[in-house]
Write a new protein. Structure first.
Length: 50
């Protein structure tokens, strides 16, 4: 039972840390272009290297 006094605050801190990292990713533009990388994979430019 004593371990709950450690685990509950630790889990709350972990949730806030994950939320802060997610908020930073949203504000820095990590999720702005969701289709661009998928289109770049499909565009094969091996013909230019010959």
């Amino acid at each position: 039972m004593d371990i709950l006094y450690l685990l509950i605050p630790l889990s709350v801190v972990l949730v806030f840390a994950i939320g802060a990292v997610f908020w930073w990713a949203l504000k820095s533009g990590q999720f702005d272009d969701m289709e661009g990388p998928a289109h770049r994979i499909l565009m094969d430019d091996d013909e230019d290297k010959r």
